[in-house]
Design a protein around this ligand. Structure first.
Ligand code: DGL
Length: 283
């Protein structure tokens, strides 16, 4: 089973792309709707919440967890992969893994960017500086003379965009107010003439059209959920032991830490399909 963890609904965009690319596997979704948003929480709080999510998913039998939330990937993933994962692998004696969404996206952008990358995300993700760090690391690895990349130099321009998640969750994607907010947020990145833009938050693929329209044809804006799905496919091809241990019956289960009518409505709007969410009861 593959576990997908997010602070709430946003990770469903990642799951949607992964399911489309790799339909054969069993998936289990964990949305921490009781504690969303993670965007402005401390690293310690995000680590503790992420650990709880991973405990749940491993107990359910997951062999691989994708931390679909950018904020949790930025602020807790390294600690999960070192401290927590060592403990889990030691306890169970089985090989399990936890992957995030930032490294695969940075890997892809280090290849496609002509040298000026923009990043938008929650305050937590942007303040962590992780995209810049990973992008520069990945660019370092590229041998300029053997690739299409013109120069090793990569300038990264970051912009926190905290008002976007509430607009998207409220279903106000088509409102002119959202367009004005987007223009305000994207202006500095357009002024810097970024050639590519990272949507560093799980919610943003839902307004990708609006973002692309504002950024114009000189800036590529790929859907990060599709990048993550492609990289996961490659990862599974390269890790056959783990791949073999994954159940392949096409089962999907959806869990959340809080369930309300408004959540159900937003989720249906989000995925354009009716999903049967189960609420996790606190131990
Ligand atoms: N899922 C979060 C992310 O990708 C956005 C929502 C939140 O702030 O929790 O960063």
């Amino acid at each position: 089973m593959i576990g997908i963890f997010d602070s709430g609904l946003g990770g469903l965009t990642v799951l949607k792309s992964i399911k489309k690319n790799l339909p054969q596997y069993d998936y289990i979704y964990y949305g921490d709707t009781l504690h969303v948003p993670y965007g402005s929480r401390s690293s310690e709080a995000i680590y503790e919440l992420s650990k709880k999510a991973c405990d749940f998913l491993f107990e359910k039998g997951c062999k691989l967890i994708i931390v679909a939330c950018n904020t949790a990937s930025a602020k807790a993933l390294r600690r999960l992969q070192t401290e927590y994962l060592n403990e889990v692998n030691g306890l169970t004696g089985q090989l399990v893994n936890i992957l995030g969404v930032i490294r695969p996206v940075a890997e892809e952008f280090s290849m496609i960017s002509k040298g000026r990358v923009g990043v938008i995300g929650t305050k937590g993700t942007i303040e962590s500086g992780i995209y810049e760090e990973e992008l520069k690391d990945e660019r370092e690895k590229i041998k300029v003379e053997k690739s299409n990349v013109k120069s090793q130099m990569l300038n990264v321009y970051q912009q926190p965009t905290p008002l976007l998640v509430p607009f998207i969750e409220e279903g106000l994607m088509k409102r002119k107010e959202l367009k004005s907010i987007l223009r305000m947020y994207l202006r500095p990145l357009k002024d810097q003439q970024v050639d590519s833009l990272i949507l560093g938050c799980t919610h943003y693929p839902l307004i990708i059209k609006q973002i692309r329209a504002i950024m114009g044809k000189n800036c590529v804006v790929p859907n990060p959920a599709e990048i993550v799905a492609d990289k996961l496919k490659q990862y599974l091809e390269q890790h056959s032991d783990l791949e073999k241990s994954l159940a392949k019956t096409g089962q999907r289960q959806y869990f959340v830490t809080d369930l309300s009518d408004s959540f159900n409505q937003t989720a249906t709007r989000f995925l354009k399909e009716k999903i049967n969410f189960k609420k996790i009861n606190e131990k």
